[in-house]
Design a protein around this ligand. Sequence first.
Ligand code: UDH
Ligand code: NGS
Length: 384
Amino acid sequence: MKLVRSFKCLDIIKRQSIAFFVIIGIYTLLYAGMQWSLSNGMGHLYINGRLTQLMGIRKDKFNNTHNIFLMDSNMDDLNHLVAGGKSSEHTANTEPCPETPPGLVGRLNISLPNIHKSVTNEDSLLRVGYGGRYRPSDCVAKERVGIIIPYRDRKEHLTILTRHLHNILQRQQLEYQIFVIEMALPTQFNRGLLVNVGVLFAKESGNFSCFIIHDVDALMMNDRNLYRCGSQPRHLVTGSTKYRSANKEYALPYDKYMSGVIALTDSQYKKANGFSNLYFGWGGEDDDFYIRVTNAKMTFKRPENDVGIYLAIPHENDLSNPINPSRVDILNKASARQSREGINSFYENGKKIGYKRYAIEYRQYYTWLLIGVNEAAIVKQFEE
Ligand code: UDH
Ligand code: NGS
């Protein structure tokens, strides 16, 4: 009897071992397949919390998000997945929101020593949908705004800015989504290229009537500075603490300076052919864009002087954004290059070229896109 029992026991152990190895084998195959697909151009999509019932999702150890592996090109599916959530709850009220939002307070009481606290409104954060989307629930927004933030390694600034924007843009009764576009190392930072990619990505993600190109360290100080587009491109900064002098609290470095925060419709952006992609490192891309806008027979408009004021968060120089020694040479040829190099550079026979999407993450307060760029290839493409 004892012998029979121990045989049975052995049999069970054998079967369990086989099952164990089969499961390990399947996991190994799945994991290898996943790695292979990632290294062959498939993007990651990370979505916060709620979609855990889907296949191919694993919890991210570090930031409590979930990763979903999907084809890069499948933006319609991605949008469908992240639709829903608080921001897209349908409102019964189809009345347009008023021209002047009723809750504005004007000059904002924000200051550096207490910056986190002074920009945060917890209620506004609770109303944000996946990927940093929002839509007013009591009226139809006057504008659907895509906020594009070119970004690398400024985590603290990003936390502050996104909190501030969610608070103020909801008060401005806008429908909006925040996009953070990051360039993977080791490539030198390229603000213009990131903005172009951001606008293209935002256009795939939603139907935006206006794009706001926003530096990560610029905090608006007056909520009457409405984040809307106009019949001409808009420079929303009339003065920043960054250029503060003894006799001027908020200033600009020169009159044609058009950086920090600008607002353009898709058609205005296209008319200028977007930013140049050739400025790797610091400086020049904003002056180049000014030339492009002017060549396209448009002008930048600014809000009232006391409305377009900004608090600039101070920071050290960025190691991967050194001053570009070629910037003036590139700038001198801005007009000659404009029609063949810009936002139109990225498509060849309907295919994206010049950069790779490494990851898309629908984070709690913004949508994040990480791209890889081959600097030598981009520069070579446009060598005279
Ligand atoms: N940016 C990053 N990370 C970087 C570099 C730039 O996120 O490493 C983004 C960010 O949105 C920033 C914007 O690009 O607000 C513009 O960057 P910038 O370095 O041109 O401007 P910023 O006002 O600094 O941040 C200016 C200091 C550079 C001094 C060079 C010589 N005067
Ligand atoms: C100009 C740069 C711009 C820059 C501006 C302000 O000289 O890109 O200074 O810079 N143009 C060129 O270098 C050709 S700041 O004072 O903010 O560091 O935006």
